[in-house]
Write a protein that binds this ligand. Structure first.
Ligand code: ADP
Ligand code: ZN
Length: 521
């Protein structure tokens, strides 16, 4: 059903949003929606999805319904719209009955252009919203974070499936579904589960060229973090931790260092969370230490860095979280601390899931995340390939790209480390191997291994050097992990061949500083 245009999109962009021109696909998307076409938008975080339905809402008259997963975000979006002179409201359970009545009456009088709701609101209660919607002039439905409808996505929300029923009721109203992350299975699911009618797809490039990606060993992560933050003095950033406890500890440590930080996790009261978030957004506090509960939908353009103290569960999450950096297009840093132990912990968490199919999918995603961390190819190339995009050449703006041409001859120490592992019958983890290599005076180790020719041959170098080397050898495919209960290291065929042929071990060793910025690198 074609819509009547009351003005033109360009003017609305300028008059209501204050922007001089459209970005990327925005204009084409708005045109598609304006023709009454079901539309699916895949655009990275910060790409500018919101105006793709907000401008049509202004153009169309009548009501645009926006379905969004998080009640907590609606208020900010609605406030921003009202500030821009676009009448908008949200309905949720935190409002009193009379407040809700007031809003519905405003809608009936045609005084509100955008209504934000969470999907559960559609069919719940005595007078479900879907009945009310039938009484108003519903012109457009926007489904934000549309990947939530898919079981294959990383953030499945069963209540999103109900949107399909809404679609059936409003078969002549155009729907626009938007997401920042969707692999191939998820994409297919979005169209199917929402019941969209031969939707037109708009897939933007996922490249965020201003973000420098780095992955570094988790060992001494607090020291490395402090060095990194020292480099980012006065910058605003987010530090993600896996658990609430880690959030509290990290925030406390940083605070003790005199940094401007606040914690954010689901264990804090709503008031505190809101307050901390606001202080961060207003730049009154520079650093937010948070679980992944923080950040969805937050519109803060000058976030200069995002740190992951632990490996995220999947590339989608990593991409979305790092995508919160550099929305203003200026150089920004994404730093991830990787340890094999974290990957194992996350794998165990998945094993506890009752839904086998789901945990298999998530395990596959976890494996890809781990492979990303251990990969020696360009990080950006890996990410873009993951999202089905052909990446041109190496990006020159990630740690692996920086390290190319930075290979060092590590032949002798590699031979030492590898033969120690071999002499120990490949039965131990890296920490133990290093103790033997450095000739530990522990009675247990002396007794068991003093007779070995390799005992103590590495005592001239610090423990950290050997651990770093071990991790590098693993990342480069010379060592593999074995053992189920305790990770032990074994030599790969590649390592045996290299040792036999007496070839050199050229390895990309850590740079002096792990945290040089994009601009200075
Ligand atoms: P997304 O939902 O895709 O993460 P948003 O819609 O929140 O992104 O937009 C990200 C930022 O870009 C916001 O600050 C928004 O105001 C800004 N923005 C959107 N479109 C434009 C444009 N055409 N020109 C300039 N800035 C824009
Ligand atoms: Zn690169």
């Amino acid at each position: 059903m074609p819509q009547t245009l009351t003005s033109n999109p360009q003017e609305i962009l300028k008059n209501f949003f204050g922007y001089s021109g459209f970005r990327g696909n925005q204009e084409a998307i708005i045109q598609s929606v304006s023709k009454g076409q079901d539309t699916i938008v895949l655009m990275p975080t910060g790409g500018g999805k919101s105006v793709c339905y907000q401008i049509p809402a202004v153009l169309f008259g009548g009501l645009t319904l926006v379905i969004s997963p998080l009640i907590s975000l609606m208020k900010d979006q609605v406030d921003a719209l009202n500030t821009n002179g676009i009448p908008a409201a949200f309905l949720n359970s935190s409002q009193s009955i009379s407040e809700q009545r007031y809003i519905t009456s405003q809608i009936q009088e045609g005084k509100i252009k955008l209504l934000y709701i969470a999907p559960e609101r559609l069919f719940k209660g005595e007078y479900p919203l879907i009945e009310f919607l039938k009484t108003v002039d519903l012109k457009l439905v926007a489904v934000d974070e549309a990947h939530c409808v898919s079981q294959w996505g990383h953030d499945f929300r069963p209540e999103y499936l109900k949107i399909g029923a809404l679609r059936k009721e409003f078969s002549n109203t155009p729907f626009i579904a938007l997401t920042a992350t969707a692999d191939k299975l998820t994409r297919k699911d979005i169209a199917e589960k929402l019941g969209l009618n031969s939707p037109k797809w708009f897939i933007s490039s996922f490249d965020r060229s201003n973000i420098t990606y780095r992955v570094t060993a988790k060992r001494d992560s607090m020291d490395k973090l402090l060095e990194f933050l020292d480099f980012h003095k006065k910058d605003s950033g987010i530090i993600y931790c896996l658990s609430r406890k880690n959030v509290e500890q990290t925030a406390a440590t940083l605070e003790a260092e005199g940094l401007s930080v606040l914690p954010y996790h689901a264990g804090l009261s709503r008031e505190i969370r809101e307050k901390n978030q606001e202080l961060f957004i207003k730049d009154e506090v520079k650093i937010m230490v948070a679980t992944i509960a923080f950040g969805m939908g937050i519109d803060k353009s000058n976030v200069r860095f995002v740190v992951h103290m632990n490996m995220p569960q999947n590339i989608e999450g990593y991409y979305q979280e790092t995508g919160r950096a550099g929305r203003d297009g200026l150089p920004s840093d994404a730093l991830l601390f990787f340890s094999v132990g974290d990957a194992i912990t996350l794998g165990r968490m998945l094993e506890q899931s009752e839904n086998q199919g789901f945990s298999d999918v998530m395990q596959g995603k976890l494996d890809k995340m781990k492979a990303f961390c251990q990969s020696k190819t360009c990080r950006r190339k890996y990410l873009l390939n993951y999202f089905g995009e052909e990446a041109a050449d190496n990006c020159g703006n990630c740690d692996t790209c920086f390290q190319k041409g930075n290979l060092q001859d590590m032949t002798i120490p590699s031979q030492m480390l590898l033969s120690t592992i071999a002499r120990l019958s490949e039965a131990f983890g890296l920490g133990y191997v290093v103790l033997v290599l450095r000739g530990s005076k522990s009675a247990k180790i002396q007794e068991a291994h003093q007779a070995l020719s390799v005992y103590g041959i590495g005592k001239d170098r610090p423990e950290s050097f050997w651990k770093d080397l071990g991790e590098k050898l693993q990342q480069e495919g010379y060592l593999a992990e074995a053992g189920s209960q305790f990770p032990t290291l074994k030599l790969t065929t590649l390592a045996w061949e290299k040792l036999k042929s007496k070839e050199k071990f050229l390895l990309p060793m850590e740079e002096e500083r792990t945290t040089a910025s994009a601009t200075s690198a």
